[in-house]
Design a protein around this ligand. Sequence first.
Ligand code: NAD
Length: 256
Amino acid sequence: SGRVEGKIALVTGGASGIGRGCAERLAQEGASVVVTDIQDHLGEEVVRSLGGAAVYLRHDVTDEDAWISVIGEVKSRFGRLDVLVNNAGIGLGCPVTDMTLADWRKQTAVNLDGVFLGVKHALPLMRAGGGGSIVNISSVAGLSGAPNLAGYCATKGGVRLFTKAVALECAALKDGVRCNSVHPGVIETPIWTTVVGGQPGVNEPPDLDAMTAMFVPMGVKGFPKDIAEGVLWLASDDSRYVTGSELVIDGGITAR
Ligand code: NAD
């Protein structure tokens, strides 16, 4: 049987990129997967490709009422929630002096408020079922700084320590919930079309191959599957003693 056989998993931002990869991998290993996103067409397509054990729900992670209704829907359909992957995220890059307060807030709303609201509203249902695993997708940009990505780094660094604080709260309660962060490096997904200025001094979407050559010691970019393997492990009972940890999957970027 699969490594997450029979578990109920919710993946935010599951219509694209890393979230899609996580949804696919969790479903392959026996989980029922609830894919949520704001890109309905892509989300429905992901769920169709996964077959019977997946459902798509429209869900803006910045909206607390949407979280309440999504968790309510999971409860009424499945009666429990074992895995939450807080994956939805955006990257808005530019020099800090050019960043508008509106863009700063847009980014913190998705990357930070979204993770907070997910944890807040998923925990009661997870606890009622005797435990679970929360996986928050941060970034290598949550471990060290990057020029033109100050806002993004602030949100991803925030996710890292939010994760550890939640892990400690859950551990103290002995509620069976683990909470960990995952830190991807350069992964080929559509997010790079909206990130600007990943390369120092360049105000246009970065060329992934150039970025890879410049920053990745292994010399190759990663793919959603590479992140999904780590998320799968954290979601599964194989990682039962792991909480408050940070799993770096970056081809060596942060080893320098
Ligand atoms: P992506 O753009 O392919 O996927 C992100 C998904 O999140 C999209 O489907 C998007 O519609 C959804 N989303 C955006 N705002 C949302 C909202 N308000 N509510 C619900 N869904 C929303 O990007 P990706 O690269 O797969 O990114 C996934 C996560 O991985 C993000 O948190 C990102 O910061 C992180 N990450 C990516 C990389 C990389 O190299 N691709 C590296 C480090 C971290």
